[in-house]
Design a protein around this ligand. Structure first.
Ligand SMILES: Cc1ncc(COP(=O)(O)O)c(C=O)c1O
Length: 561
């Protein structure tokens, strides 16, 4: 009897095994293939249907409600669902509560619609499942990555044909690499900068080998700092923490009224550190497309100063980098060819799916400062890309960008950039035309900030005492905070919100913060009609606020001002 039970059990397990390994092979019968094709069609053509429903994070289904649905932490031991059930589950339960970043009315963040072919390309990358950490798991794809990196490097640095012939497939040099995003691209660049600033001296083998305490002792300094624009992305502070120099040593340089780094203040700070004598400036980071306001630092001047002082200069062009593909606006990034390294995000204005960043180096030997080798892979002199990247295993996202270049060309990308910049300019004009808005930061690229602050209050503030300015400003901070939340929760459109210094509005004003609405205009399907609708909705929400019919707390404070 016992033997019979165990034989049945082992028959059951054999069957389970047969079922399990079936998911590793391509189905041979037509019917199952048709089912798989059907699911791919659903993903391509039907997944977008959910997007029509809502744009923002609505209150229709609260965060609490969806969180409550995801509290079971016990993993099922036996299979629960077939692929068909999983796909329909995603369609019914997950997709409707994702955010419609592809909507033309979603103009609040650096994530938007992507060309439909990106879904095909992403699927190809998954199907090939290459690991570009080493040649033995990627072969052609490692070579393609080097080529794509060289193509973008050429757009940035514009070296001659002989330079690219020498380096494009050179196994000893590297023009850059793909990363997971802008954060890891910045980290890679500053890792190189730190190691250069604290390199070998005498018996000291360099910070990468011996660590920071030994480096500071060997270099006879107390600390290392990195000077960044006050408008830099917070990823740079993370870099300070990870690189061990401390995020308190990522020091902001003041910006001018147009949110560009003040070169005079940068020069003063560098001079100050030189006089003090115990601080090493490991790098300066300039931004080409600030996250909040889309401005570009004066790169030629910063670069001239860094060259004179022998300081490493990195450009965070995570956002603005692809502007170089625009025949009309590439000049906005002038001087970028002079910097030591550049970050560009693929999942921003290269319109790639999440998540891809890239980092490029002017000097093809720069990445040697962070090279690692192992016996079983990434041997010296091999094509193994993993020897000079922060990450180990990586997907072959280069294939997506390479194909996108083939499909759209640099001209196609340039036209997308032109559309964003020109739309932002028209939007700014419309904001200024309407009496209830105040344009806070004028678009240089395709990001702008503004707020609800009717013209009479703007005029009053222009003449008012500092106390009155602060009082009125606080009022409009409250209005704009509430309005942004209400618009988001209404779910028709999405504009984001940030906080800038009040001196952005009133030059020289020593204190205070201003809450602003932020628009990022990257979706080519966003038109002026869409933007007018968004402003109309904001005007209506403000009218509700004034009437006291707003759903937000703190409403109807008109009397208070
Ligand atoms: C200027 C800038 N740098 C870096 C980053 C970080 O990029 P990621 O989110 O891809 O890590 C961003 C993201 O918005 C950015 O705007």
């Amino acid at each position: 009897m016992e033997e019979q039970v165990s034989a049945e059990k082992s028959d059951g397990m054999k069957q389970e095994w047969v079922n399990l390994i079936r998911v590793f092979t391509c189905p041979e019968d037509e019917k199952t293939r048709d089912v798989l094709v059907h699911h791919m069609r659903q993903i391509l053509f039907e997944l977008h249907d959910f997007l029509i429903q809502n744009v923002g994070i609505t209150e229709a289904v609260s965060l609490k409600e969806i969180s409550d649905r995801c509290t079971d932490t016990v993993m099922n031991s036996l299979p629960e669902k077939r692929l068909a059930d999983v796909v329909s589950g995603v369609f019914e339960e997950i997709a409707p509560h994702a955010v419609n970043v592809a909507s033309p009315y979603f103009v609040g963040h650096m994530t938007a619609a992507i060309p439909y072919f990106m879904v095909h390309l992403k699927a190809i990358v998954a199907a090939l499942n290459q690991n570009v950490v080493k040649l033995e798991t990627s072969k052609m794809l490692s070579v393609v990555e080097k080529q794509v990196v060289a193509k973008v490097h050429r757009i940035i640095y514009q070296k001659d044909e002989a330079f690219y012939r020498e380096h494009v497939q050179n196994t000893h040099t590297s023009l850059g690499s793909f990363t997971e995003g802008g954060t890891t691209a910045n980290l890679t660049a500053l890792w190189v900068a730190r190691n250069r600033a604290l390199g070998p001296v005498g018996a000291f083998e360099g910070v990468e080998v011996e660590g920071l305490p030994a480096a500071y002792a060997a270099h006879n300094i107390d600390r290392c700092v990195i000077l960044v624009s006050r408008r830099c992305h917070y990823s740079l502070r993370k870099c300070g923490g990870i690189l061990g120099i401390g995020n308190g040593n990522i020091i902001p340089v003041p910006v001018d009224r147009t949110n560009r780094m003040r070169v005079d203040r940068l020069a003063e700070m560098i001079e100050g550190f030189k006089k003090e004598g115990r601080t090493r400036v490991a790098a300066v980071v300039t931004v080409a497309g600030t996250t909040e306001t889309g401005n570009v630092d004066p790169i030629p001047e910063i670069s001239a100063l860094c060259r004179k002082e022998g300081i490493y200069l990195h450009a965070d062009a995570a956002w603005g980098g692809p502007t170089l593909m625009s025949e009309t606006y590439a000049h906005l990034l002038k001087g970028i060819e002079q910097v030591d390294s550049v970050t560009i995000d693929g999942h921003k204005q290269f319109y790639m799916p999440m998540s891809t960043g890239m980092v490029f180096f002017k000097d093809p030997t720069s990445l040697d400062a962070v090279a690692y080798h192992a016996n079983y892979i990434i041997r010296k002199g091999s094509v193994d890309l993993g020897s000079k990247t922060l990450s180990g295993s990586r997907e072959a996202n280069c294939l997506i960008l390479d194909s996108a270049f083939k499909i759209m060309g640099s001209r196609g990308y340039g036209m997308l950039i032109d559309h964003g910049i020109e739309l932002a300019r028209s939007f700014a004009e419309e904001i200024e035309r309407r009496g209830i808005f105040q344009l806070v930061t004028r678009p240089e690229l395709n990001i702008l900030t503004y707020r609800v602050c009717p013209a009479p209050f703007q005029e009053e503030m222009a003449q008012a005492s500092p106390e009155r300015i602060l009082e009125l400003n606080e009022h409009f901070n409250e209005v704009n905070r509430a309005l942004q939340q209400e618009q988001r929760e209404a779910g028709n459109s999405f504009v984001s919100r940030t906080v800038l210094e009040l001196e952005t509005v009133f030059p020289g004003f020593p204190e205070g913060k201003v809450v602003v609405l932020r628009s990022v205009l990257m979706n080519p399907l966003t038109t002026m009609d869409v933007l007018r609708d968004i402003l109309d909705e904001q005007e209506a929400l403000y009218a509700d606020w004034l009437r006291g019919t707003s759903t937000r707390k703190g409403r109807n404070r008109e009397d208070a001002i």
